[in-house]
Design a protein around this ligand. Sequence first.
Ligand code: NAD
Length: 271
Amino acid sequence: VFTETMELANGIAMPQLGLGVYKMTNPEQTFEAISFAIETGYRAIDTAAIYENERETGEAVRHARIPREQLFITSKVWNTDQGYDATLRAFETSLEKLGLDYLDLYLTHWPITGKFVDTYKAIERLYDEKLIRATGVSNHHAHHLEKILVKANVAPMVNQIEVHPQLTQEPLRKFCNDNGIAITSWSPLARGKFLAEPTLLTIGEKYNKTTAQIIIRWHLQNNLIVIPKSVTPERIRENSEVADFILTSEDMEMINALNQDERTGTDPDTF
Ligand code: NAD
């Protein structure tokens, strides 16, 4: 099981592998999947207010045999709750649903025009009040981050964006790297759409690993935080068994070359 962490700009350690829980809508299944992931060795869970599963996420975290401080919990403020005061209120609601005293990371879900800077200022305040251990955003392009960086006292520590072999996002990754902002890859498996890609299958055969494992390893070796989603125990385990092989730079280049700048999700500029 892969258990390495990444040091964020403020020195805290964020697990580089986490479980994404988008579209986990069945409460029991969600509780079971998160509990199983934690037992397997996952230490990070990525939820959001809009996923409507913060309650189950919190329950699984509180029932885990692993102490709270060894887990890393992320949530996100939804679009309709943006702006300074609304974000503070939304955070309170999320924390209450989760039944936790603090979050490890809180993100602006999408950059809403006219609001995302104030939303981030509220996240900064939550950080000052020690209600979150790190600040961040999601789906922010470089031009959004530039607006935040001139207003912020503390730069966002994480930007969670869509990244996978068909959308490698090299320019934005470079911008974030230059500004000390770690990247989390969402839909890291492109929602399972390209798991039969021949190049990935060939590389997988070489290491006796599945395509999903090859893609996850590609993220990790690119210093990306990765949050694959599955509710299936075998797959949750499979996605974490990526510590026992290393892709060569040649393999990495072959995977980089699969880039098509193709999104599975929405372009952040449409908000
Ligand atoms: P993903 O790329 O993680 O793909 C998940 C799907 O791939 C699963 O539903 C399953 O069908 C398949 N899969 C998973 N493991 C597999 C395996 N080992 N073998 C075969 N198939 C497998 O997609 P995602 O859920 O969209 O993204 C992951 C997480 O990223 C989400 O759960 C959420 O936490 C986060 N996310 C964030 C945003 C955002 O706007 N910030 C948007 C989308 C997702």
